[in-house]
Structure formats: structure tokens, C-alpha cells
Ligand binder design. Structure first.
Ligand code: CDP
Ligand code: MG
Length: 758
């Protein structure tokens, strides 16, 4: 099949590399800060947005009383009503509802802030779409947005979140029997379709932010194409902030558009004159300049960064710089207000209550400086922004199907994103956008549109889900944009390799059970294998700990203390076991908050990991999978980890350096690893994640025995004798053979089977 995206992957990698260079410079600049810094952003994206909360559907308690809810819905304060009426969408309310009544699918286009997300669902409720015990669902590509929007809508209606208005994100279901408006991630809706393929509870589904083209949104659109034929009563509303919506319309056989007339102000765009080496530094300088040279009432500042790491660095630097400026000024005048600004970081790993703080009104006494990932590009609208500073980069997942490698890279944003970011400055009045890249860079390095996630990510998780939905011929699934054929093949290969599908591509019984877990296939596999090998309780903890970000805190002022505290938890042969160790000690200390603070551990993350553990153990119980413990024997746990990650193995090749077994690529231990700096490094490891910044790093690493690799990857690996042990290079790790006792050991080497490698 000729793919129009043939060169996409190599172009993409090229751009990603340019991004990496930049990051390298940034890192050099902040050498000391970075040395051991946790890249919690990795953990933040550890697992895609997929979730299943089956209980919700099976929980058939007493029905909510519709008329009572109507009463509650009517009981809205005048103030909020007035705000609602002032939104652009309000003027079009009746026409919009009429078009929805007359069509099964419509596409709603409107500028960010026009009221699509917060109002549409409420209009549908008011128009009777929640009668007969039906509900309205509104999907969001990001968990943060689902939580924050549900909170906002509940507030507008005057109810508590989780009652009439609720949200559901992976591992967190804040809905109840009386929920009528449900905000959920697209991943959750996909999971729900596993339990109820007709999505019978819904009368109407809003696919919000569809222009973002998240992987799950794309898959859902394909599923809807078939579902809408079976369920003529189901309405689908696709919303998009950009005009590139005709694609959706064509996909749904000419579904009509509805345009909400916008209300935007002109934004002046200022490009950098020279290539910026360090975008954190450049953003800090620009923000400080704006803050000290303009009246704080002239508007707030929004800075686009790539992830938690650079967001925090930017926040710290701005604070530092501004305080420096203030203390210099103080020599000349007393009239200084050091508290005339407040910094708001936003990234997905941040708890929702802290994120919601960005919406507070500072009454013109302070200026908001919001530093965000691309979540503020379209899904969150913060009123009052007049200055935008755009780094020009975002962190994205990239998959290289040729070598079957998934990685997280910094890459230039698209021109469409760049315009969207600038547009944020002109919502309430004319504004200015400072682009930290040259006009030439934009023309040469940026794609016109962002490449949809489906074309640049590993699809093994998605394919497993589609297979469980009885969509067996995944190659002919109705994709809005088909993924490259190599990606489909490589992802199928991965599923086959870990035993989720059989030789004819059908789900194996292992694969069927795996799909019941809201986890990536490798993680559900190690969980299932661990149950058979008597250590599922321990593995549950490890898998849950891998599903949350930021276990270790590393405050800027106490880096050494926190590093020492962290190293006390290290299990030298494994980061996975280190996580298990942290959890076990926390448990022995009665899940204490104080204990966490003392040991620089993130209490929230640990608590969340524990919640996830409980939820996953319920899934196991339901499937009759035994919960077993290996006690103090932790070697068997490493073996089980190897069973799910034998395709992500590396072999020691020098000081702190490994070679990726499957690809031959050089990879380095991440500085946060428990193995980092060990004198005697294990010859073979498997890893959880590959991160590309200035180097290729493997993070969350566990030492494995090469015999296990051969056991779990017989199609991939071969063991060869390569001579006598006298000139030993490295020995097989932790493997006692009889020959060893007899003193006649041959040195063995693990090789990749050449046939498979090709
Ligand atoms: O979805 P769309 O971008 O069209 O707009 P929206 O998210 O519904 O936002 C409508 C208005 O509600 C904007 O003025 C937002 O600033 C406001 N809003 C808010 O104050 N708090 C939230 N949590 C969400 C939205
Ligand atoms: Mg929106």
C-alpha cells in the first residue's frame, strides 16, 4: 500500500533532533540544576489516557429524580447567568439547538473562549437530551481539561461536582447515579465502549477539541461511523477551534458545520531576530521586561513551554529575576510592590485544585504570569491574557516503526499551533505575541498542521482495544487519516511478541484478559505473569507506581538533601524494585503524610498510586486472578518484569553506556536511575521508557538475566558461546549454572537473531 506519509517519520525525527539540540543548550546552561533532576514529565505521559470504570455501569442504584434536578438547574445565581449570556455561543443558542435536532452529526466551529465546552452540554440538558435517564457526554483529550471543565460547569449550575455534573478520567471516576452531564477523557469513552458497545446511556456525545486529533479521538470517530448507523437516536457533536473542520464533515458524509461568530482582537506578532539558543532564558527575559515596563493592569502574560521541567525552571527564574530587579529599584524609590505578580504553572501532572487556581480573579492588584504546556493552546481559556510568549516547542510522542521504538521528544510546533498560541493574546483586547523563533525558522522547520497522533505513535495499545471490540481487520478500520502501514505492522508485531495475539492475528486468551486492564499491554502482561509466579501483590504496586508522576520531590533549595534521601530507597539492581521499596516503607509507616515530607516523597502521588492499586486489584478480583505475594524474594519480580519488556532490552557496552539489543542504538542510563553511577553495572537490563533529549536515555531500568530474555523472546534472541571465561568481559547476571560450579564456564553472549532483526 502506498502511504502518503512515507517520509513523514524521517522528517519528523529530523525536526525532533533540531529540538534536541536546543534542549542540549538549555541543559548546559542549567548544568547544576539538571544534573540529577527528575524528569517527571516522562512519568507524566507514562501511560496514555485509557480507562475503564465498569463498576459505574453495573452500579444500578436508585434512579435520580429528573424533576428535582430541573429545580437545581434553575437555581442559578443571576451573576453567573449574566456571564453565560455574554458568551458568543449564547446568541446562536436556538439556531444551534435546531441544527442539532435536525441532524445526527454536526460540527461546531468557534474561537476558543466562545463557550463551546462549558455551554454546549448545558444547552443540551436544557433542550431535554437528559430525559428518560439518558446522559450527555463531553469528551476531552486531556484529563486536566475534563476535571476543570466539570468543576466550572457544576459551579455554573450550582451543584457539587460528582452529582448532576461529573467527570471521569483514568483511575478517577467522579460521577454518580444522578450524573446527567459527564465530562470524560476520550480514552475513557473508548474503554466504556468495551463494556457497552452501543453506548446506550448516552443520548448525545460532544467530542470536544477534535481538532487536536488525539489518538483516542481519531479511534472514537472511526467507531462512531459504524455506531451512528446502528443507533439513529444518538447525536454526535464535534467541536473544533480551527477552520480545518471540513475533514470531519467529509468523514461523516457531509455533516453540516455550525460557525459561532467569533469575537477576537488583533494580535501583533513579534519574531525573534536571531535563533534563540535557550528558550527558557529568552522567555524569562521577555516576561520580566514586559512585567517591569508595562502597567500590570494592561493584561496578563501567558508563556508556552514544553513540560513540567522547563515550566518550573521558567517559574523559578522569573521569580528570581524580578526580585533582583525590585531590590535594585529599591535603592532609588520606596514605591515598590514585590507582590504585584503571581506565577501559575500548568501541566498535566499538577493536581486539579492547584490548576483551577488560574481562574481566580486577582482584581487588578496582581498580574498573572501563566506558564503552561500546550494545554492552554485551546482547551483552557484564561481571560485577560494580553501578552503571549511562545517557545515554539512542545513535547510529543514519536514512534519509529522501523526499529519499533517509542520515545518522547521536543519538537517544533506546527504553524497552526503557533497561530493558535498567538491568538490567546487577543481574547479580551488587542495583544502582543512574542515568538522565540525567527520567521525563517517558522517557514523552514514547522509543518503547516500538527501531525495527528495516530500517525506518530505506537498503536499496540489501540490495536488491542480494537481487537477486543471485535474489529478484527484493523488494517481496514475507517481511519480519518490512516496510520503508516509500518506502524500498524510493527504494533501488531509487538502484540504478537508479548503473546497478546496469535499467529493469525486473533486475540489470545492472554490478550483478552490484558484488554480488561486500563493499562498499556506490557504492564498488563507483567501483572498477569506475576500472578502465575506468585508476586502479583508486589507487581500491582510497581504497576501503580509507574502510573503516577513525581514520586520523588526535588526542591530547588534542597537538591542535595533530597538526592540523598532518594538514594536511601535505591535497590541497586532495579528502579522498579526501588519503587516497590518506597511504597513498602510508606505502608510500614502507616501511609503517613509527615513521613513522606521527611523523605522528600510526593504524598499526593503515593496516595494516588495506592488508589490505582486498589482499583486494579478490584479488576483482578473480578477476573478471578489470584493476588499472591513473594515475600522477600524479589528476583522473581524482576523475571516477571522481563516478561513484558524483553523487547526493550539493552546490553552493557561501556561506562554507564548500553546498546539497545534490538536496534543497536547507544542508550544511556538516566541520572535518576538507581543504577546510575554503580561501579558494577549489570550486563543486561530492560527499561520502561526511552527519552530523547540531548542523549538517548533509558529510564526506569531493571537488571535481567539474559536467559530470561531468551525465554521470553525466543523469536528475537539467541545465546552463543564466544570462548573461555578466562578473559571474561561480563558475566551472565545472577545466573548460577552447573558448569560454573565445575569451573568450566564458557563466556556466553546474547545476540539478536538476524532473521528477526531484518
Ligand atoms: O470551549 P471554548 O473555548 O469555546 O470556551 P469555554 O471553555 O466554554 O469558555 C467559556 C468561558 O468560560 C471563557 O470565558 C472562560 O474563561 C470561562 N471559564 C472559566 O472561567 N473557568 C473555567 N474553568 C472554564 C471556562
Ligand atoms: Mg473548549
Amino acid at each position: 500500500i502506498a502511504s502518503p506519509y512515507k517520509n513523514l517519520e524521517s522528517d519528523f525525527t529530523l525536526n525532533a533532533k533540531k529540538g534536541s539540540l536546543l534542549v542540549a543548550q538549555k541543559r548546559a546552561h542549567r548544568q547544576n540544576v539538571e544534573k540529577n533532576k527528575e524528569t517527571s514529565s516522562i512519568t507524566g505521559t507514562r501511560i496514555g489516557e485509557v480507562l475503564g470504570i465498569k463498576e459505574h455501569f453495573e452500579n444500578k442504584k436508585k434512579k435520580a429524580n429528573d424533576s428535582n434536578i430541573d429545580q437545581t438547574f434553575n437555581d442559578i445565581s443571576e451573576d453567573i447567568q449574566a456571564t453565560r449570556r455574554s458568551l458568543p455561543i449564547y446568541k446562536t443558542r436556538n439556531d444551534l439547538l435546531r441544527m442539532i435536532r435536525e441532524n445526527q452529526v454536526i460540527i461546531v466551529i468557534g474561537e476558543t473562549g466562545s463557550g463551546k465546552t462549558t455551554q454546549l452540554a448545558q444547552y443540551l440538558f436544557e433542550d431535554g437530551y437528559c430525559q428518560n435517564n439518558k446522559i450527555v457526554g463531553c469528551t476531552q483529550p486531556r484529563r486536566v481539561a475534563a476535571m476543570s471543565v466539570a468543576t466550572r460547569v457544576a459551579h455554573e449550575i450550582g451543584v457539587e461536582v460528582g452529582k448532576e455534573v461529573g467527570y471521569s478520567i483514568r483511575f478517577e471516576d467522579v460521577t454518580s447515579e444522578c450524573t446527567k452531564l459527564k465530562f470524560l477523557t476520550d480514552g475513557i469513552l473508548l474503554r466504556e465502549s468495551l463494556v457497552d458497545s452501543e453506548l446506550d446511556r448516552y443520548s448525545c456525545i460532544i467530542m470536544d477539541e477534535a481538532h487536536e486529533r488525539s489518538l483516542n479521538t481519531d479511534i472514537l470517530l472511526g467507531i462512531f461511523k459504524a455506531l451512528l448507523v446502528r443507533r439513529r437516536d444518538l447525536k454526535l457533536i464535534i467541536t473544533s477551534a480551527t477552520l480545518s473542520a471540513s475533514k470531519f464533515s467529509q468523514f461523516f458524509r457531509g455533516a453540516p458545520h455550525f460557525k459561532i461568530p467569533g469575537r477576537t482582537f488583533p494580535v501583533q506578532t513579534i519574531y525573534s531576530k536571531h535563533t534563540v539558543g535557550d528558550y527558557v532564558h529568552a522567555a524569562v527575559t521577555e516576561a520580566v521586561r514586559i512585567h517591569v515596563s508595562t502597567d500590570i493592569k494592561s493584561g496578563d502574560i501567558l508563556i508556552f513551554m514544553t513540560g513540567q521541567e522547563d515550566i518550573e525552571a521558567t517559574a523559578d527564574c522569573i521569580k528570581e529575576k524580578l526580585l533582583e530587579v525590585f531590590s535594585k529599584k529599591r535603592k532609588y524609590t520606596e514605591d515598590i510592590d514585590e507582590n504585584d505578580f503571581e506565577i501559575f504553572p500548568i501541566y498535566s501532572a499538577l493536581p486539579s485544585d492547584i490548576q483551577n487556581r488560574i481562574f481566580q480573579d486577582l482584581h487588578g492588584i496582581k498580574r498573572k504570569i501563566v506558564i503552561s504546556t500546550n494545554i492552554a493552546e485551546t482547551s483552557l481559556t484564561i481571560d485577560g491574557i494580553r501578552y503571549v510568549i511562545d517557545s515554539g516547542y512542545s513535547k510529543i510522542k514519536v514512534y519509529n516503526p522501523k526499529i519499533g521504538l517509542d520515545s518522547l521528544v521536543m519538537a517544533p510546533i506546527s504553524i497552526a499551533s503557533s497561530n493558535q498560541r498567538s491568538g490567546r493574546a487577543g481574547r479580551t483586547a488587542p495583544g502582543t505575541a512574542y515568538r522565540l523563533y525567527t520567521e525563517e525558522t517558522m517557514r523552514e522547520d514547522m509543518y503547516t498542521q500538527t501531525i495527528p497522533e495516530i500517525q506518530r505513535t505506537n498503536l499496540s495499545n489501540t490495536l488491542l482495544l480494537l481487537k477486543s471490540l471485535n474489529i478484527t481487520d484493523v488494517f481496514n478500520f475507517s481511519f480519518l487519516d490512516p496510520p503508516p502501514i509500518q506502524t500498524l505492522l510493527a504494533s501488531m508485531y509487538e502484540l504478537w511478541f508479548i503473546g497478546a495475539i496469535d499467529n493469525s492475528g486473533n486475540l489470545s486468551s492472554l490478550g483478552k484478559t490484558m484488554s480488561k486492564f486500563p493499562l498499556p499491554p506490557s504492564l498488563s502482561k507483567i501483572l498477569l505473569i506475576s500472578s502465575k509466579n506468585g508476586c502479583s501483590q508486589e507487581m500491582l504496586i510497581i504497576v501503580s507506581m509507574l502510573s503516577v508522576p513525581n514520586i520523588f520531590n526535588r526542591p530547588k533549595e534542597q537538591q542535595q538533601e533530597s538526592d540523598t534521601a532518594r538514594s536511601r530507597f535505591f535497590v541497586p539492581e532495579s528502579d522498579h524494585l526501588t519503587l516497590l521499596n518506597v511504597f513498602s516503607q510508606w505502608k510500614s509507616n502507616r501511609y503517613s503524610h509527615l513521613w513522606c515530607t521527611k523523605h522528600f516523597l510526593n504524598y499526593r502521588s503515593l496516595k494516588r498510586a495506592n488508589d490505582i492499586r486498589i482499583q486494579l486489584s478490584k479488576v483482578m478480583k473480578k477476573l478471578d486472578i489470584p493476588l499472591t505475594s513473594s515475600g522477600s524474594d524479589w528476583d522473581v519480580i524482576r523475571k516477571c518484569i522481563c516478561s513484558g519488556f524483553s523487547h526493550q532490552a539493552a546490553k552493557l557496552s561501556g561506562l554507564g553506556k548500553y546498546i539497545h539489543l534490538k536496534t543497536g542504538m547507544d542508550v544511556h542510563l538516566h541520572p535518576t536511575s538507581a543504577l546510575f553511577g554503580l561501579g558494577d553495572l549489570p550486563p543486561y537490563v530492560v527499561y520502561h521508557e526511552l527519552l530523547m533529549t540531548n542523549k538517548e536515555y533509558i529510564s526506569c531500568v531493571t537488571a535481567v538475566d539474559p536467559f530470561w530474555l531468551v525465554d521470553f523472546g525466543p523469536f528475537l534472541y539467541d545465546l552463543k558461546r564466544i570462548g573461555s571465561s578466562s578473559n571474561a568481559g561480563h558475566k551472565l547476571y545472577g545466573y548460577d549454572t552447573e558448569e560454573e560450579d565445575s569451573g568450566e564456564v564458557d563466556e556466553l553472549d546474547l545476540r539478536i537473531k538476524s532473521v528477526v532483526a531484518k
